[in-house]
Write a protein that binds this ligand. Structure first.
Ligand code: MG
Length: 248
């Protein structure tokens, strides 16, 4: 199915609601495959004797994780190594996902909610499915493919190599939304769905709505304390998300 053309939306009174899903901890859990791939590539490039202490991958951007690694280990001209790190990481991630596919798990309700929202995007046109994730662009199809989620369903995307911080990714997504629909996004109709306080922060930094899911490493209480507009245990029951869409 081709992405809707601008004219499909511009005749509507209000812009469609943009749903920006995070990947790790929200759509799937890889059983640590991503970080194992990073450790292995870093070890191959820089030797065994390196630290990762204090580097928190949850809600972080892949290039930023690398930047923190080179800073922590005082690797000179770290940026010069980034492209090679990226290329090796993508290869290693693919191998890691193949080798440990039995550890990769899709989060409850994800397939059902995506099927429902994809159908709604195609037939009612009042929602646009998107991704906002810290993953490198080339890592995304590897991860989503591992759990049978079709990347082409997501017509607005902002990935880890398109900004320096997670909040930087929101203008990228909003720009792509405008290009797709011909309409500027109404930020009260932009919902970030993620599993970390960083997802909440990213949404609120731009006046958008945050729905937090407690399927990653952060519990309901922590995500509530982080200020999420709605917190759910998981998306097995999609009604809180659907209510948020209809309220928007
Ligand atoms: Mg996440």
């Amino acid at each position: 199915m081709a992405a809707p053309h601008a004219s499909d939306h511009s005749a509507r009174a209000a812009p469609p609601t943009l749903l920006l899903f995070d990947i790790d901890g929200t759509i799937l859990k890889s059983g640590g495959a991503g970080m194992r791939a990073m450790y292995r590539v870093a070890e191959r490039m820089f030797g065994e004797d390196h630290k990762w202490d204090g580097i928190n991958p949850a809600g972080n951007l892949d290039p930023q994780i690398f930047a923190e690694f080179v800073a922590l280990n005082r690797i000179e001209r770290g940026h010069d190594h980034h492209q090679r790190f990226h290329d090796h990481y993508v290869d290693e991630l693919r191998r890691e996902f193949e080798a440990s596919h039995h550890l990769v798990r899709v989060m409850p309700g994800i397939h059902e909610v995506f099927t429902l929202l994809h159908h709604r995007a195609r037939h009612r046109g009042d929602v646009v499915l998107g991704l906002l994730t810290g993953n490198y662009t080339r890592a995304v199809p590897i991860k989503l493919g591992a759990v049978g989620v079709d990347v082409s369903w997501f017509t607005v995307t902002a990935y880890g190599d398109e900004g320096r911080t997670r909040p930087d990714l929101m203008p990228v997504a909003l720009h792509k939304f405008h290009r797709l629909t011909g309409l500027p996004a109404d930020r009260r109709r932009v919902i970030v769905i993620g599993d970390t306080p960083r997802d909440v922060e990213c949404a609120h930094a731009h006046g958008c709505v945050a729905l937090a899911v407690a399927t990653g490493g952060h519990g309901v209480e922590e995500l509530t304390a982080a200020g999420a507009d709605v917190v759910v245990r998981d998306l097995a029951d999609p009604s809180p998300l659907l209510a948020l869409i209809d309220r928007a």
